[in-house]
Design a protein around this ligand. Structure first.
Ligand SMILES: Nc1nc2c(c(=O)[nH]1)N[C@H]1C(S)=C(S)[C@@H](COP(=O)(O)O)O[C@H]1N2
Ligand SMILES: [Mo]
Length: 331
């Protein structure tokens, strides 16, 4: 976090001593990121939730408002969804690369199951999600964490998660229930979910229309921060690594809203060459890539550049999803 910020945008939880989960560790070699290594982002602090008192309501422009307790939610048929989980980074600096990215196996149910039961009225266009956390952010007090999605997107993709990598959600990750929006930045995945409201207009709010907006290349109007960018991250070697000479394997992860269809690597500023790229399965997970090379002793750089099925290519430095570069040394 840049010290020039007046107020840190993402107040981190106070880590218990020795707690590794609050650092931003490299995602590591695992396809599914261990829960201890998943970043934690809270804007308003950690709410205290007693599962016995917790309820979720579905209200607003619906024919049948709902109120469910945790037993009701857990009684609904569950499935798994493995999805890239990426923090957009500071809402004040939408062009700064952070590459805080993990891959999580969520368990839960489709939001559509609840929306269908509630029966949206014809005028409903947006779905507003509210978490139980409250506090102040910037100069506003008594805020809740609120996000919204178009009704059709919410109905198609929205997922309500009560489990993470085979265990119940931990409190800091949104226990007992959170939204997960595959193909979108983590900021949309409202934790500690308590209210779902169907509306005819977008809610004006700190985290919907004031911050977490950006103007995409070629666009003129700021848009809500939703769809993931095409992106990649070199995981091995790490920055500044010292490698023993020999056959070296370079590897990393790549992700986008659609399948990444090409991952090019450039060594020492040389020509782009395609790396071996894992294909995308049926879930919106990240994809691995690797390349094996002999390099002479001395300083080196490696860069990675992803292209997705929509033809989007990682841009040069200056964008939040710019080509990733790592400098290392071979001894
Ligand atoms: N209620 C609530 N939901 C939230 C947030 C928050 O501060 N409050 N932070 C968001 C942001 S910016 C991200 S990146 C993800 C992080 O999820 P995690 O902490 O489980 O990794 O949660 C999102 N959902
Ligand atoms: Mo985030």
């Amino acid at each position: 976090m840049d010290e020039a910020d007046e107020a840190p945008p993402l107040a981190p939880l106070t880590p218990p001593p020795g707690d590794p989960s609050l650092a931003d560790p490299a995602p590591g070699p695992d396809f599914v990121t261990p829960v201890d290594h998943v970043f934690v982002r809270t804007h308003l602090g950690l709410p205290e939730i007693d599962a016995a008192d917790w309820t979720l309501t579905v209200e607003g422009l619906v024919a049948h408002p709902l109120r469910l307790d945790l037993a009701d939610v857990l009684a609904l048929p569950a499935r798994q969804l493995t999805a890239v989980h990426e923090c957009f980074g500071s809402p004040f600096r939408p062009d700064t690369p952070t590459r805080a990215v993990t891959n999580v196996e969520w368990s839960g149910l489709s939001l559509a199951a609840l929306l269908d039961r509630a029966s949206p009225l014809p005028g409903a266009r947006h779905v507003v999600f509210e978490g139980a956390d409250t506090g102040s952010f910037r100069d506003e007090e008594g805020l809740s964490y609120v996000k919204d999605l178009p009704l059709d997107t919410a109905h198609r993709d929205g997922f309500l998660a009560h489990g993470m990598n085979g265990e119940p959600l931990r409190p800091r990750h949104g226990y007992p229930l959170r939204l997960v929006v595959p193909h979108m930045f983590g900021t949309n995945s409202v934790k500690w979910l308590t209210r779902i409201v169907l509306t005819d207009e977008r809610p004006k709010h700190m985290f919907t229309t004031t911050f977490y907006t950006r103007t995409l290349p070629g666009g003129s109007e700021p848009q809500p921060v939703r769809e993931l960018d095409v992106n990649s991250k070199i995981l091995s070697p790490g920055p500044g690594a010292e490698l023993r000479r020999g056959a070296l394997t370079f590897s990393g992860r790549t992700w986008s809203t659609s399948e990444v269809v090409r991952l090019d690597v450039s060594l020492d500023g040389g020509p782009w060459e395609p790396a071996t790229l894992d294909i995308l399965g049926s879930d919106p997970a990240w994809q691995g890539f690797s390349l094996r090379r002999w390099l002479t002793p001395g300083p080196h750089t490696i860069r990675s550049r992803a292209t997705d099925a929509a033809g989007r290519v990682q841009p040069p430095p200056g964008s939040r999803n710019s080509i990733h570069e790592v400098a290392f040394t071979v001894r």
